[in-house]
Design a protein around this ligand. Structure first.
Ligand SMILES: Nc1ncnc2c1ncn2[C@@H]1O[C@H](COP(=O)(O)OP(=O)(O)OP(=O)(O)O)[C@@H](O)[C@H]1O
Length: 303
């Protein structure tokens, strides 16, 4: 869990950008008419999105909804076909210079995280910090604090290639936080992370948002989003189905999960699988007509 030792990293979130995150004046992200197509597939279908600063924001949607594509365009990794994106008031795709300016203000933990495998965890942080232009002593201090809080001090000299999935998420998160960004984008940050590490990550992120910074993360786990986020955007089939405070998106449904299923048109899927009447024991696994020979070399022996 974050403690006093961590104050130095987050106490002036966004100070390097010269703005006051969380003031409410400028949204962390504003997206207007955003489109992305891959061949015949429309991944992002003309979306508008406003994500307020200083919030813990969940971007949720079923598989293939367009979440990763949207986050990639917002973070300057993938060029949109059409539309405008402002991050902390800066137009991401206006020109090459603006992409660089936005990248300096944000941190990213992307999907399918690719790290420099032949560096140790500590070397990776040192490299990330220097790449961000931080002085060496400051990088050392922050790296030590992050390694400590994320329970990686004991593994700091191990090569990243030898890290477990959860350790990779944590060192990736540390690298994304090191320069104290204004907005942090995380694609499935809790995937493959054990409950103890998840709790640690959660504590770090909560503290970070309390300092005025913004976290935008994608997830499939509604309970997690419901317990962490104060703002939610629901995406399906390349469109935004709902966006607003957790209470607004949930409406009068009993849970975010219920609201989500309704919003993405998946209510009533509880009976999905009924057509798989051959699946499972005791349902006549040999089949109705003449399949015993194909499936039952043991001569129809049933266990
Ligand atoms: N590089 C690509 N080339 C072709 N199609 C792509 C590419 N990237 C994404 N897509 C398609 O765009 C759609 C949206 O994909 P995306 O990865 O953004 O969804 P997602 O919401 O992040 O899904 P998941 O929750 O499964 O990670 C999908 O139909 C996907 O197949």
């Amino acid at each position: 869990m974050p403690d006093q030792a961590f104050d130095g990293v987050f106490e002036k979130a966004g100070a390097t950008a010269g703005t006051v995150p969380g003031s409410g004046a400028v949204p962390a992200v504003r997206v207007e008419g955003l489109w992305k197509r891959f061949g015949q597939q429309i991944a992002v279908n003309g979306i508008d999105l406003v994500l307020p600063a200083g919030k813990f924001i969940g971007l949720v949607g079923p598989n293939g909804a367009g979440k990763t594509t949207t986050l990639s365009m917002i973070t300057g990794l993938l060029r949109p076909d059409q539309g405008r994106i402002l991050v902390a008031g800066h137009d991401v795709w206006a020109d090459p210079e603006s992409v660089a300016q936005v990248k300096a203000r944000i941190g990213i933990l992307p999907e399918g995280l690719r790290l420099f495998e032949r560096l140790s965890g500590r070397e990776l942080l040192a490299y990330s910090g220097r790449l961000r232009g931080l002085p060496g002593a400051e990088v050392d201090k922050r790296a030590s604090q992050l390694l400590d809080v994320l329970d990686l001090t004991g593994s700091q000299n191990k090569l990243v290639v030898d890290y477990s999935t959860g350790m990779r998420k944590k060192i990736g998160l540390a690298a994304a936080l090191l320069h104290n960004p204004e907005v942090l984008f995380l694609d499935e940050p809790f995937e493959g992370v054990d409950p103890v590490s998840a709790q640690t990550i959660r504590g770090v992120l909560e503290r970070y948002t309390q300092s005025g910074a913004t976290v935008v993360f994608s997830s499939h786990v509604m309970e997690l989003v419901e317990s962490l986020c104060d703002w939610v955007a629901v995406m399906a089939a390349g469109r935004i189905r709902a966006q607003g405070t957790l209470a607004e998106v949930r409406g009068d449904r009993p849970s975010l999960q219920a609201a989500f299923l309704e919003l993405v048109g998946a209510s009533g899927r509880e009976t999905a699988g009924e057509s798989l009447d051959w699946l499972g024991g005791g349902a006549g696994s040999a089949g109705a007509s003449g399949s015993a020979g194909a499936s039952g070399a043991s001569g129809g022996t049933q266990r």
